[in-house]
Design a protein around this ligand. Structure first.
Ligand code: MG
Length: 364
């Protein structure tokens, strides 16, 4: 299978309301869409590391640059019978997993298109449906947050995730746990804390959260393994797991009891499958995370979450949660509340919206 043509689009998709986390506020989601062609076949991918390097060291601009100027020119016109071959070719370039994911995911979607096999089947998925949780960013006050959580709980959300940051943490957790004592909660710190905050983490052990997601720095494993030994609440790593090797090291260090797998952050679907295997062998459940992608990126995550060891409900949202008019169609919808079905064909960009939201594009 070879890429005869690669088109790269940097798009900015306006959110219905800003998404606020410990690292800042996003008003629009900057994503990189890649369209690859092989003879008469065409497929798309989406990889999304936000506008600025706030979630990881990559940004939409660095991904656009790397695919259009570095990785794309290396692979165009060459044959790659497996996605491992493609990843090996790209491995001379260090890091930049979100950029590499743009090409790896395009390879998988092209394979799906040519073989006429749905992506989730190609990936080895065993599930017909995928469970999603409810997520809450930092709100203007606790009452507003509680009202929003109440709607999700009434609609049957299987678990609730709360974004926390310093100053929006203990009181918030205390309020939601006393208002919704039977619901499953976890918190996501997005790397906003340090080992010196041990007393805070000890103070929330009593709430028996499902886990604490990425409490410490985005690139740390060692301090996470120390924190894990000092508290009873399990840890989940997100930002820190950006390659298969990092996952292996985290498991060896006992730095986590759960892993969040975002296909973009780990370099694509090929690495996501490998990390899932390592985790499963170590008895570590995984779950899929998203980056507020369009329906295309979200559907890729849903396909991945059909694999066996993805047992904790994912960060997966219907299009209407964030977008008035999703760039990719068909829009992402619940099959029933908090349940998605994997698609047989991936969504593709709407031509009018693609033109409207594109900041820059390049053709190889
Ligand atoms: Mg996270």
């Amino acid at each position: 299978m070879k890429f005869d043509e690669i088109k790269i689009y940097h798009v900015a998709m306006p959110l219905i309301q800003p998404w606020i986390t410990s690292y800042g506020s996003d008003y629009e989601i900057h994503s990189i869409l890649t369209n690859v062609k092989s003879s008469e076949y065409s497929a798309w991918s989406e990889t999304c590391a936000l506008e600025l390097p706030t979630y990881s060291y990559e940004s939409a601009s660095s991904i656009f640059h790397n695919i259009s100027e570095v990785f794309g020119p290396l692979i165009i016109g060459k044959k790659f019978e497996s996605s491992e071959d493609l990843n090996n070719e790209l491995s001379i370039y260090k890091g930049n997993p979100f950029a590499k994911a743009g090409l790896d995911i395009a390879w998988w979607n092209l394979k799906s298109e040519i073989s006429n096999i749905p992506l989730h089947v190609l990936l080895g998925g065993s599930r017909d449906t995928v469970s999603a949780g409810a997520d809450f960013g930092i709100e203007k006050d606790i009452d507003t947050l509680l009202e929003k959580i109440n709607i999700s709980v009434e609609n049957g959300a299987p678990r609730i995730k709360l974004k926390v940051k310093k100053g929006w943490d203990f009181d918030v957790i205390d309020a939601v746990k006393s208002s919704f004592p039977k619901s499953i909660f976890h918190i996501d710190c997005n790397g906003g804390y340090f080992l010196e905050d041990l007393n805070f983490f000890k103070s929330i052990d009593k709430y028996q959260l499902a886990f604490i997601e990425q409490p410490l720095s985005f690139d740390d494993l060692l301090d996470h393994s120390k924190l894990a030994k000092s508290i009873s609440t399990p840890l989940c790593l997100d930002e820190s797991i950006n390659s298969v090797e990092r996952a292996r090291q985290a498991i060896e260090l006992n730095a986590c009891k759960y892993i969040n797998i975002k296909p973009g952050r780990v370099g694509g679907l090929t690495n996501a499958i490998e990390i899932n295997k390592l985790a499963e062998n170590a008895g570590i459940p995984v779950w899929v995370g998203g980056m507020l992608e369009s329906a295309l990126g979200a559907s890729t995550c849903i396909a991945l979450a059909t694999l066996n060891n993805f047992t904790y409900p994912g960060d997966l949202f219907p299009s209407e949660r964030f977008y008035k008019d999703d760039l990719c169609k068909p829009e992402n919808k619940f099959d029933s509340p908090y349940i998605f079905k994997p698609l047989n064909k991936m969504p593709v960009p709407d031509e009018v919206l693609l033109k409207k939201y594109t900041i820059k594009s390049e053709i190889l």
